[in-house]
Design a binder for this molecule. Structure first.
Ligand code: HAM
Length: 416
């Protein structure tokens, strides 16, 4: 009989993997708080209409990549493909625009997209994201981008490139779309079926089409395909000036497109050499109309999300890996299983004091217990035999330094 397997594009995170995940989660949370962001958690299921209205009906995410099902009330429910729309929904649903106004929120959690699984692309993946809602200031753009770059570095990612661009406001986008349509009209027949059908509705999708022919045609254009009005140009200049002022290097010459419809003005991607030129570790931008489009007041907003799996790939040899290698806790090795009745309460006392403590119930040899302590990456082994228990002493082996000493048992429990 064959054993069941995890679905394609999903993975189990085993204890050996989770030390690095834990380190990244702690680092990203701490960084977000340092910049004044508060955590928000939203459900993994949402009404499909939320993403149709925000990410956009003609995007790949909505047209092809959402996992959806009908519930008993015939509503179409989806596993969330991204976090921004859900955070904005929650912000409005709980009236944060009235009680708080400006809100800086962060989230960590699983997202789902039915993409073709490949390196760095999964069907269930995890994002750390931030959304700052209620301001159009270019300083906020700089803050969000700085947080993205610093957070990735703090997690150990290296060789990063920040690509920065502006897509302009909605009227700029109408002008840019018109220009792009005119440029691509002679090549319309060479575009893929999807791009042909999206030609009139949403020409920008040609820019992020995964079909290499469309991609080539769209990018054979010199310079940015986005036309900027004077206000948007000023905003973009201010963002660049603010980033320079804090020493954040960027490339504003490379043209790239974001595959979600809600963006206006500043957009950015952070790429890592370890992942190649194709996939971003983190990406985001402004979405100054989304709050209004979802029924709220006109409020500027900006955010980004980083894929944790991709971040771990980009930080393979970095700080996050180093932290995972640290040893913690005590392994209490028992010379004879008959002593468990006296040793078990000692282990519980250690745990009660907040010390991670493990022990063996299977009567393994002392040597095997030492091996197990090493495998579990315990910092020390406390060896207890008949003699030690009678004398109320313990032999403690420090696995980090390789030293060994004998201590009074109570002193050990109180200070471990
Ligand atoms: P996104 O570019 O679709 O933007 O995704 C952001 C990041 O999530 C990517 O750069 C990547 O690291 C990760 N990611 C996306 N899809 C996958 C996948 N299939 N497998 C593994 N990782 C993936 C958004 O989701 C926007 N909500 C970002 C944002 C926040 N914009 C404004 N605020």
């Amino acid at each position: 009989m064959t054993s069941p397997q995890a679905l394609r594009g999903t993975s189990d995170l085993l204890p050996g993997d989770l030390a690095r995940w834990d380190a990244v989660e702690r680092t990203t949370r701490a960084m977000a708080r340092r910049y004044g962001y508060q955590e928000i958690r939203t459900p993994v299921i949402e009404d499909a209409a939320l993403f149709l209205r925000s990410v956009g009906e003609t995007t790949n995410i909505v047209q092809k990549e959402m996992f959806s099902f009908q519930d008993r009330g015939e509503r179409t429910i989806v596993l969330r493909p991204e976090g921004t729309a859900a955070v904005v929904r929650a912000y409005l649903e709980h009236n944060l625009h009235k009680t708080q106004g400006f809100a800086k929120l962060f989230y960590l959690g699983p997202m789902f997209r039915a993409e073709r699984p490949q390196a760095g692309r999964f069907r269930q993946f995890h994002q750390f994201g931030v959304e700052a809602i209620g301001s159009s200031s270019p300083w906020l753009d700089a803050e969000v981008i700085a947080l993205g770059v610093e957070m990735l570095k703090c997690c150990g990612a290296s060789d990063l490139t920040l690509l920065l661009s502006s897509m302009g406001c909605r009227s700029d986008q109408a002008a840019s779309a018109k220009q792009l349509r005119t440029r691509l009209a002679p090549h319309r027949a060479k575009l893929c079926k999807d791009c042909q059908s999206r030609f009139d509705k949403n020409i920008f999708r040609v820019l992020d089409c995964k079909n290499p022919a469309c991609h080539q045609l769209a990018w054979d254009i010199k310079g940015s395909p986005f036309i900027l009005c004077a206000d948007c140009r000023r905003h973009f200049d201010d963002v660049r000036r603010a980033l320079r002022a804090v020493g954040i290097a960027f490339d504003d010459t490379a043209v790239f497109a974001r595959g979600l419809d809600y963006y206006t003005r500043t957009v950015f991607e952070i790429r890592a050499r370890a992942l190649g030129a194709k996939d971003a570790v983190a990406a985001g931008g402004r979405y100054d109309h989304l709050i209004e489009e979802l029924g709220g007041p006109p409020l500027g907003a900006i955010g980004f999300a980083a894929g944790i799996e991709r971040l771990l790939m980009a930080a393979a040899d970095g700080a996050a890996a180093g932290e995972a290698a640290q040893r913690t806790g005590v392994y209490v090795a028992v010379a004879d299983p008959a002593l468990l009745g006296r040793v078990f309460p000692i282990v519980q006392r250690l745990r009660g004091r907040g010390v991670a403590a493990s022990l063996d119930y299977e009567g393994r040899s002392l040597k095997a217990q030492l091996r197990e302590a090493d495998r579990l990456r315990c910092r020390s082994v406390a060896i207890l035999g008949e003699q030690e228990l009678t004398d109320r002493t313990v032999t403690v082996k420090d696995l980090e330094q390789g030293s060994q000493r004998t201590l009074a048992l109570d002193q050990f429990v109180e200070t471990a």
